[in-house]
Design a protein around this ligand. Structure first.
Ligand SMILES: Nc1ncnc2c1ncn2[C@@H]1O[C@H](COP(=O)(O)OP(=O)(O)OP(=O)(O)O)[C@@H](O)[C@H]1O
Length: 689
């Protein structure tokens, strides 16, 4: 009771101080910014304001009592004390000082005597959980009571934050350095998504420059992005773009499905060199160029053109190479004009002194151009040649000449032509068999998911014409609008699904390779053939990545996890399912029904589950062939295939026709996913076929 009153008193003070700070920030933000510096400051203030505004819920959630008597309160955002030089009233959960809250144990107390979880509802403290770190209790979990309470809560269908109950192995990944790729393997329910999103919040807090570069979060499906949507703003982050691999290219949408065979072929890394070769073959071949300038023809010989191409092309995309070549051509033409004039003058000098004198007067430079030797001998000075070059560079007919000689296609048309031409495919992708080429060329028009990374690769090779950049206020909007935006960090969830070409697309978005990928290689459902992370990333990251692992399953109760071992083995995995942290006390059940009774039995079972989990969620997972019929009779619950259920969770799952799921492509992996979606209860319906 004393503890509750003590924390209530502290929370009251924090609430009052937050209100004060919000009022101060609001007043500062009302003053219009005049210069760039002031605007940058205002953006910082706005960020602080937003963070503090959102921190109303969870203003404090924890407290550390040091062995030295020091007391620290932790919250969703930092709250400054009134006195300038005083310690903060509440420290942000991402600050280094907050770390022992997640990592201190009885064995390694890190200078702490006690960890306290403070539960609040709005501005009222509803409970405290004390955990002494003096060795009197030695649990594996940090704040076990609070964690189990959080895990036992009803699922709302939207993901919630876990800042109060993050565990040590999760915290280590969240706060890991971000200078290179980190791949996190974790079985179902081990908190991979939790870790990925909290890591984004942590990195943005710790590395302020990331707020200007934006962070990209890639998820497997729009449904999944919706599921996690409110977690990041709740964590206080706005500089984040979330997308799926299919929606990464501005203005491009997937318009058709595809076969697994086609997706597998088009996901292979071989397309990267194949597309490079094909796009390079579209470069113009050096030849003599005849250009017209102010009524005269000028000739640039083939070897000069070859040299200009050789210096313009390497290391550049087509648009940039063409711009570099055009610049050289402008100079070459200006020089040719000057030379021709010199030759003409020489000729004239020989026989027509009088004419020369008149001509010389005629080309006298205009105001602003310095007198130079040319006025004396009729030659063009360097300044005049420069002025001439500028006129050539700005001339529309010269630009048209370059465009016609060096046409740069649009990425979509370029890729479509390539994919539908068997001769080109066998020339540039010799690894493909005749049957594979036939399959690719027979694909209909329009973009399938596996075309998007190819399109991205071609777009990168071709580059962008010069166009104005988005001026949107928020960095996330600017990043989203620009295909070749360089992100400060990329997080990939369900990364096991990525094909090699999709991995290329990810790396292109962050050439510095500040990437965190989380996934479970055993839940892979996509058509590629990887069974290890090393295989999946060999073509993009090589050996240069760090591995981390999550080993504890927070979601699925022990009773259900016990069913998963044999399924995982049938999926061909050498891994063991993660260890479940808790038991629900509910034994998974199974009913066997006649084939004609599946729909009725499903309706009855869902009604029972919904009755048993009021205020919670129920999800149904079934083989694809059964989804439509089940959806028709179960309009109130999601009915999904195993791949669609990936990453989601419900209080109770009804699994229909496990054998049917196992018989689908990569079906045992799918069944492993389906079994592990529930937080409380698993029911199964089986029918004889
Ligand atoms: N430290 C934690 N505190 C509270 N809840 C947690 C914690 N870690 C994980 N959870 C909860 O456990 C569940 C599973 O987490 P999450 O979805 O991140 O797992 P996952 O590894 O991505 O699972 P899957 O691979 O099956 O999609 C979620 O409900 C999440 O909120």
């Amino acid at each position: 009771m004393r503890a509750l009153a003590e924390e209530q008193q502290f929370l009251n003070a924090a609430v009052a101080r937050r209100a004060e700070l919000l009022a101060q920030l609001r007043a500062e933000l009302e003053v219009a910014a005049t210069d760039a510096l002031e605007k940058a400051r205002q953006r910082g203030l706005l960020r602080q304001f937003e963070e503090l505004r959102r921190a109303g819920d969870g203003l404090i959630f924890g407290r550390l009592d040091g062995l030295d008597g020091a007391v620290l309160h932790l919250g969703r955002a930092g709250v400054r004390a009134e006195a300038e030089d005083a310690d903060p009233l509440v420290i942000d959960w991402r600050a280094p000082a907050a770390r022992p809250f997640y990592t201190a144990t009885a064995r390694e107390p890190q200078g702490q005597a006690r960890r306290r979880h403070v539960r609040t509802s709005g501005t009222v403290v509803t409970g405290v959980d004390d955990e002494p770190l003096d060795g009197s209790v030695d649990g594996e979990l940090a704040g076990e009571g609070a964690l189990l309470a959080a895990l036992g809560e009803r699922r709302t269908g939207r993901m919630s934050t876990a800042i109060a109950t993050l565990q040590r192995e999760q915290d280590e990944i969240i706060r890991a350095g971000a200078s290179g790729p980190l791949i996190v393997q974790g079985g179902p329910g081990t908190g991979k998504t939790v870790v990925a999103l909290h890591r984004v919040a942590y990195l943005l807090f710790t590395h302020q420059q990331l707020a200007d570069q934006a962070v990209l979060v890639l998820g497997p499906s729009p449904r999944f992005l919706e599921y996690i949507a409110q977690v990041l703003p709740a964590l206080g982050e706005t500089a984040v773009v979330s997308a799926t691999c299919d929606t990464l290219l501005p203005g491009v949408a997937v318009t058709r499905p595809e076969s697994r065979a086609a997706a597998e072929i088009k996901g292979r890394a071989l397309w990267q060199p194949a597309l490079q070769g094909y796009v390079a073959s579209l470069l113009p071949v050096a030849r003599e160029l005849r250009l017209r300038w102010e009524g005269e023809f000028y000739v640039i010989d083939a070897s000069t053109v070859r040299q200009a191409l050789a210096s313009a092309v390497p290391g550049k995309d087509c648009h940039r190479a063409r711009r570099a070549f055009a610049e050289q051509l402008h100079q070459l033409l200006a020089d040719a004009v000057a030379e021709q004039r010199e030759a003409l003058l020489n000729e004239m000098e020989e026989g027509f002194e009088e004419l020369l004198a008149r001509f010389d007067r005629g080309v006298r430079p205009g105001p602003g151009i310095h007198e130079s030797a040319s006025d004396v001998d009729g030659l063009l000075s360097e300044e005049e040649i420069e002025e001439l070059r500028e006129r050539i560079a700005g001339d529309a007919s010269i630009a048209r000449f370059v465009d016609a000689w060096w046409p740069v296609g649009d990425p979509g048309a370029t890729l479509a032509r390539f994919l539908h031409d068997g001769a080109l495919l066998s020339r540039f992708a010799p690894e493909l068999s005749a049957a594979e080429i036939a399959l690719v060329t027979a694909e209909p028009a329009g973009w399938a998911p596996s075309d998007i990374p190819l399109l991205d690769a071609v777009a990168e090779l071709i580059g962008e014409p010069e166009s104005p950049r988005s001026q949107a206020d928020f960095v996330a909007d600017r990043a989203k609008a620009q295909r070749n935006w360089t992100y400060g960090h990329v997080v990939v969830d369900e990364a096991q699904e990525l094909s090699e070409m999709q991995w290329h697309m990810v790396v292109r978005r962050c050439p510095a390779r500040s990437i965190t990928a989380v996934g479970d290689i055993d839940q892979a459902e996509a058509s590629h053939r990887h069974t290890t992370w090393a295989e999946a990333v060999r073509s993009t990251l090589g050996e240069r990545w760090t591995a981390a692992e999550l080993t504890i399953c927070y979601r699925t109760p022990r009773e259900v996890m016990e069913l998963t071992g044999p399924v995982l083995a049938r999926a061909g995995s050498r891994n063991r399912p993660p260890r479940a942290v808790r038991s629900s006390g509910i034994v998974p059940w199974e009913r066997v029904v006649e084939p004609g009774e599946v729909l009725d039995a499903a309706v009855r079972a869902v009604a029972e589950l919904r009755g048993r989990w009021p205020g919670g969620t129920v999800g149904v997972v079934a083989p694809e062939a059964r989804v439509a019929a089940l959806t028709a009779v179960l309009p109130e619950v999601p009915v999904l295939t195993a791949p669609q259920a990936k990453g989601l969770e419900w209080d109770a799952t009804l699994l229909i026709d496990a054998d049917g799921i196992a018989a689908e492509p990569r079906g045992w992996n799918g069944l492993y996913v389906a079994l592990t979606r529930c937080t409380q209860e698993l029911g199964r319906l089986r029918s004889f076929r």
